[in-house]
Design a protein around this ligand. Sequence first.
Ligand code: ZN
Length: 245
Amino acid sequence: MSLCYDEEIQCSVCGNKHSFLVYASFSSFGPPDLDQRPFEMDKKVLKNMLQKCPFCGYVAYDISEPCPVDSRFIHSIAYRTCEWRFFLSSAARRYYKQYLIARKITNDAEAYDAVLHAAWACDDSHDKRNARYCRQLAIIQIDKLIQEDNPKETVEELLLIKADLLRRSGRFSEVVRDYRRIRFSNEKMNDIRIYEIKMARRKNSKCYTVDDAIEYRKQEARRNKKELHKKNVQLWLEHCGHFLQ
Ligand SMILES: [Zn+2]
């Protein structure tokens, strides 16, 4: 459930005022997707989380905050046309513009977050080509974050999300090759890692939640236990057969 209200906001680039839907809170009650997309983050929430000035086209979470780039960048053709990319969704266009600003000021974390949100918006509008493209860009950004001096837990989380980004963009062999030998310090993360590898081997690029992966691993463990029990019974019967002969 989300709480939102209308507010008149003045753009820091052109000075014009416009009324925006502002989200006071955003609640999520279900399992996130494997790339951390929160449950219930639907099209409307995605689109309205970013404000776009209808006069100059500046996009930001709060356009009244000072713009981090020169206004000439906001007026440039590359920014206005999303680098000449045609997105099917206006939410994707907004996030891509936010990505362009973050990339310009070399804020890797913000660039990664923005382009990943753009990929989600593309998923919602069935814009497969751009969803794949945005995930490729997210992989470039996540690699930079992995190289940074982050705590071990953060690096492991990023590596796990990267596996999903690779699989969702169809780079299956890289998931199998790169994640076969990795061991995370957390068992739940290893379960997700194995699930990603299994789905990659099946060339499956669909969206799954964290719960899907955990449930799959539980079922697999139950199946293995049953198989083992069956084998043990068979061995025992064979042993009894030898003994009675
Ligand atoms: Zn403006």
